[in-house]
Design a protein around this ligand. Sequence first.
Ligand SMILES: C[S@@+](CC[C@H](N)C(=O)[O-])C[C@H]1O[C@@H](n2cnc3c(N)ncnc32)[C@H](O)[C@@H]1O
Length: 439
Amino acid sequence: MATDLLIHELGPKGDGVHRSPRGNVYVDRALPGDRVGVDITRDEAGVLRGDLVRVIEASPDRVKAPCPNYDVCGGCTVQHAGDDFYKHWKIEIVRDALRKKGLNPKIWREAVFLAAGGRRRATFTAVKKHNIVTLGHFRRRGRDVTDIATCLITDPAIMDLRATLATSIGPILPEGKTVSFFLQAVNGQFEIVITGPLGRTGKPDPQLREALLLLAKKSNVGRIAWRATPNDTAEIIVNLHPLHATFGKLDVALPPYAFLQPTQEGERALVEAVMAALPSTGKFADLFSGCGTFTGPMLERGPVDAFEDVASAIRALDKATGTRPLKAIRRDLYRNPLRRDEANRYDAIVFDPPRAGAEEQVQNLASGRVPILIGVSCNPTTFARDARILVDGGYRLDSITVIDQFTWSHHVELVAAFSKQPGRGPRGKRPVGGKKKRR
Ligand SMILES: C[S@@+](CC[C@H](N)C(=O)[O-])C[C@H]1O[C@@H](n2cnc3c(N)ncnc32)[C@H](O)[C@@H]1O
């Protein structure tokens, strides 16, 4: 029999949380204020999970999820939340992470919420069973793949390409094995990166390459690459025309599987927030630069040194045409972060690390004297940890802009501006022997 629970809050991954002395119960697709009937189980990690059987009394913030795949698809965790609730929750994720580290920016800039339907990169999973192809996402809380022909968050052009693939990839898929198809749209062109075994041998043979070439020609796909596993480098199988991205005035020929911000509008909002904090002239560094999303616009204000660990991204930036001088430097910023003396050469530094954050790097920056630091992050928790280090080192957290380009998910992005406070040493104290500022 289902257990009757009241949902008290949303958890960090968007699950409804019922607090109880036995421990929290996490209920997928529930909102605070919902009274729900659930089947409670303990998952492999020992966490109590409630499988939603029915909503007994709906929260006033509950709406009907607009997507027809909402019940089966593994994405879009909080599509059942009303707009006001959703926006407030997203901003609170960032506020809460900062609060936990005792941080409060001087200015909260207006949060940016982007419309659904702009995702220009998506990965679909394909499986062929008894010659029937399913191309979609893993089923919600399941291990089998379900067809996803409609997706409200993804660019319709990507969904059209998915539809073409669904009817044409049957002959190249091995029976019963999952293969993933990463589709990316850039400047009106498409790239496909296939990961997994293909054909009878598991690798693209000449016949299979021919089939992929025909597919590319038919569907305006500029490039198709393949790799056996996610750890392998993608091999280009079809190269009809290079895939170019433009960042500011910088034209970059993208390598396969290049990192791009997930939506064009999100990229625009992030660049705008970064540029609003960047000085109008100076010498700059772009750390974790990828292929140059920020490097390009920054170049319009002065020379930029771009640091990044992925060799293909650095090669692409090195060959990029546009405003100069740009130096593209391959460097592992976790093992070998910019030293304080190296950082001090710049007038401003932008850092946009992966979800793990940039703890090692900010430790070196905190004690330096770069006047302006601009952080971009898709993980408020690691960002808050890193921001605390900077503030303890004498930086002030001037502003935060919350940017939501991950509509209906629990993910959120932010841009933060920091400035070094004159005369402030580590932990916000004046350096020993430092002069007191006159009022
Ligand atoms: C969130 S992405 C940002 C990329 C770029 N700023 C953009 O907006 O397109 C993080 C970048 O950090 C790079 N990266 C990951 N680990 C790294 C490391 N140890 N050292 C330097 N860069 C790294 C990734 O390859 C990726 O390009």
